[in-house]
Each structure stands twice: as structure tokens, then as C-alpha cells.
Design a protein around this ligand. Structure first.
Ligand code: DGL
Length: 277
């Protein structure tokens, strides 16, 4: 196995939410090592302007490339993916850069029976229109409606995933879309945090609506690129606790506590390195 194959895969998110993508990657690629960086000092990205998001993303990516020599960069943050991919590819031409928008759009188009898709995301992702473009590239006939659901991020961060308050917020954001005569048949969760609220969302929109996110399809895309570029590790599977180097830019104890929710396993403060970027 070459030195390059042996390097970790860098994953970046504005906070802990990207662990929904990390979880899918750990399942899909058990032999790989990952360096996960959550920019908790600057979270949320979703309410920031385009140039600020690009600047923050470039800083974080530089840390992963320069200090961890990552062989590939996965931008797990939907907001960062929707605006920063071209800048990242210019800045780091020697490694593959994968975002979550294209894989998420593919997941939605794949399951949508009539191409009626609702995209739920942050303000910045909705404003940028990247999901709508990606869905239309795959299905030009698709009818797409987008909705910024800003409070979902805070609910997930707080660990409020179900119950009356959560369903009330979901209803407030989505009731009009699902009361329309022609309602969406598919809901695309276009934000790292939203999969945690999936049960509450399903209860509000009804069980006949398909709900998808980009985690699994992104993991599949990463796996394909690793094979195509000859960068996949050929060693046996690593124990999950040894496979990830976690870093956060602020408040590692909160990062660990919330991260455990997203990751679906124990994560303690000692497992997370505090970094400045
Ligand atoms: N990670 C962001 C996303 O997926 C959500 C949190 C934020 O606004 O930074 O869009």
C-alpha cells in the first residue's frame, strides 16, 4: 500500500452535524482513517454570507490538508458545500474534494416517484440554489420547492429531537407546503442536522412522503472516488474508536456531548483535540 493510500480522509463541518456523514462513511469504509474537523467557534454557517462561508471553509480545509496530509476532502456541511466547492478545488488541486449537494440530489431523484421534491436546508443553502440546480440537472422536469428551516439546527444542537415543541416548529415551517394541492412526494434533508429530527418531521408530513438525506449517497460517492483514484486503503477494518481523529475549534465538551448524539455512540471530551484555524 502506498504512503498516499495510507493517509486519512479529511471531513469538515461547521460543527458536529457532519457526524451524520461520518457515521455513514465509517460503515461504508471500515478500513479508512478519518480526520474530522468541526468549526464550532464559527457555527452556524447557515445564516452567514457567501464570502464569509468560503473564507471559513478555506481556513478549515487548509488545516486538514497541511497538518493532517489528508488524501481527500469531504465537505459534510451542506452550507459550505453549496458555496465553497469551486474555491476549494482551485486551492487544493491535488486531492479530490467531495461535497454533499450532488449526492443528496441524487438520493432524492432516485426515490421520488413524481419528481415533486421539497428541499429543507439553511438560509444560505436555500439562497444559493445549489440543490435546485443539482436536482434539475438529474431531472429537468422535477418540481422543487425549498424552505430554510433555521430553528432545526438549534433544536438538534440542543438534543430536542421529538415531542410537542419540535413538531410545532416543524409544522410552522412545513404546513403550507404540505397543505398545497400538489404536495411533495419526497423531502430532502439538505442540512447535516436535520436527519436527527427525521421522526418528528415524518410525523408532521405523513408516512407517504419519502425522506432522504445525503449521508449514505455521499459515502457511496467517496467509496467510488477512492477506488477510481487508487487511494483506497487495502488493510483490514479498524476498530471504530481508533478510526477517527476528532478536532473542534471551540468548546470540546459540548462538541463531544452533541457529537455522541449524531454519531450514535459514546464520545468523550478527551477524544477531541481543541484546534485553532
Ligand atoms: N452544517 C450546516 C449545514 O449542513 C448546518 C449548521 C450551520 O448552519 O452551520 O448546512
Amino acid at each position: 500500500m502506498s504512503e498516499r493510500q495510507n493517509r486519512p480522509i479529511g471531513i469538515f463541518d461547521s460543527g458536529v452535524g457532519g457526524m451524520t456523514v461520518l457515521r455513514a462513511l465509517l460503515r461504508q469504509l471500515p478500513a479508512e482513517e478519518f480526520s474530522f474537523l468541526g468549526d464550532t467557534a464559527r457555527l452556524p454557517y447557515g445564516t452567514k454570507g457567501r464570502n464569509t462561508i468560503i473564507e471559513y471553509t478555506l481556513h478549515a480545509a487548509r488545516r486538514l490538508v497541511e497538518s493532517h496530509a489528508v488524501k481527500m476532502l469531504v465537505v459534510a456541511c451542506n452550507t459550505a458545500s453549496s458555496v465553497s466547492l469551486p474555491a476549494l478545488r482551485v486551492q487544493f488541486p491535488d486531492i479530490p474534494v467531495v461535497g454533499v449537494i450532488e449526492p443528496g440530489a441524487r438520493a432524492a431523484v432516485r426515490v421520488s416517484p413524481k419528481g415533486r421534491i421539497a428541499v429543507l436546508a439553511t438560509e444560505a443553502t436555500v439562497r444559493g440554489g445549489a440543490y435546485v440546480e443539482a436536482i434539475h440537472r438529474l431531472n429537468p422536469e422535477a418540481q422543487v420547492v425549498s424552505r430554510a428551516c433555521t430553528l432545526f439546527v438549534a433544536l438538534a444542537e440542543e438534543g430536542w429531537l421529538e415531542g410537542e415543541v419540535v413538531e410545532g416548529v416543524v409544522r410552522r415551517y412545513l404546513a403550507d407546503i404540505f397543505a398545497a394541492q400538489v404536495k411533495p412526494d419526497t423531502l430532502l434533508l439538505g442540512c447535516t442536522h436535520f436527519p436527527l429530527l427525521q421522526k418528528a418531521i415524518a410525523r408532521v408530513v405523513g408516512s407517504d412522503v419519502h425522506i432522504v438525506d445525503s449521508a449514505q449517497t455521499t459515502a457511496e460517492a467517496v467509496s467510488i472516488i477512492l477506488k477510481e483514484t487508487g487511494l483506497a486503503r487495502t488493510t483490514p477494518a479498524l476498530p471504530a474508536e481508533e478510526a477517527v481523529h476528532f478536532m473542534a475549534t471551540d468548546n470540546v465538551s459540548r462538541f463531544a456531548a452533541t457529537g455522541a448524539l449524531f454519531l450514535g455512540r459514546k464520545l468523550s471530551e478527551e477524544d477531541v483535540e481543541l484546534v485553532d484555524i
